[in-house]
Design a protein around this ligand. Structure first.
Ligand SMILES: Nc1ncnc2c1ncn2[C@@H]1O[C@H](COP(=O)(O)OP(=O)(O)OP(=O)(O)O)[C@@H](O)[C@H]1O
Length: 253
């Protein structure tokens, strides 16, 4: 029998009993094993865990980019709850466009569009107006002002990543999912990205979920969810970078 934990209205995302298996028999890999998780609204959650513990798989499933074998993901939007699992492709695409921002390396920019067009794409597809002041502030803080009319192929990997960060911030989605958002960046730009993600939570009440291997980045989140072998092992509220680094070393052994 499946049990359901009560859903608090203050969650942005609720995941219940997620399971996912790749392959069969001896070759089977199970990146998600009956994983349940609640992401509080207007909070910044970091996800950490050893390589192969299921972090990227979880992010793809939470963001509606990949379907679990079983279990449910519910996004709590201003218009009410949306069960991402079980939607038709068309409705799922619209739900992602309207409510979710992605900062994923493998889900990046449209090559034929300029940086600015990429940043504005989710809002224009969704028929929403854009806050030009926010566009200017975000792109200035990310050092993109003189790159806005370049296409992705004319930008470095770090600049492309910053365009993805700007796109996720400017379109003001309910939830931003970020997979290693500071991974390609020098420390100053990485710090700016973290500050902007914090601003999205603190000033715009957006929800941010970020996978990272960097204890110093995770320490800037409100809480850190630790994964191992496809399930949550613990949730730490406001841990220090030192504490997280020690936990990561323990988890790797
Ligand atoms: N499409 C796929 N087909 C087969 N196996 C997969 C697929 N995607 C992921 N896996 C496997 O599932 C497991 C979890 O992968 P996942 O990428 O979620 O881990 P991770 O915690 O993000 O790892 P890392 O920190 O190294 O990025 C790994 O063993 C991986 O090899």
């Amino acid at each position: 029998m499946t049990t359901h934990t009560p859903v608090a209205a203050l969650d942005a995302v609720t995941a219940e009993h997620l399971s996912k298996t790749y392959g069969t028999g001896d070759a089977a890999v199970r990146p998600l094993r009956d994983l349940s998780l609640r992401i509080p609204n207007a909070s910044f959650t970091a996800i950490m865990g050893p390589s192969g513990s299921g972090k990227s798989t979880l992010m793809h499933v939470l963001a509606g980019l990949d379907a679990p074998d079983s279990g449910e993901v519910i996004l709590h939007t201003a218009e009410g709850p949306v069960a991402l699992t079980g939607l038709s492709d068309k409705t799922l695409t619209a739900a992602r466009r309207d409510h979710i921002g992605f900062i994923f390396q493998a889900y990046n920019l449209v090559p034929a569009m300029t940086a600015e067009e990429n940043i504005l794409l989710p809002a224009s597809l969704g028929g929403r107006s854009v806050d030009r002041n926010l566009l200017h502030t975000v792109t200035r803080r990310l050092g993109l002002t003189d790159r806005l009319h370049h296409r992705p192929a004319e930008l470095s990997g770090g600049q492309q990543q910053r365009v993805a960060v700007a796109r996720a911030l400017v379109s003001r989605p309910t939830v931003i999912f970020a997979d290693e958002p500071t991974g390609n960046l020098d420390s100053r730009t990485g710090a700016e990205v973290m500050a902007l993600l914090r601003t999205a939570v603190d000033e715009f009440s957006q929800t941010v979920v970020m996978v990272t291997h960097d204890a110093a980045a995770a320490a800037q989140a409100d809480r850190t969810v630790m994964l191992a072998d496809g399930h949550v092992t613990e949730t730490l509220e406001k841990p220090s970078a030192e504490h997280l680094a020690a936990r990561m070393i323990e988890a790797a052994h």
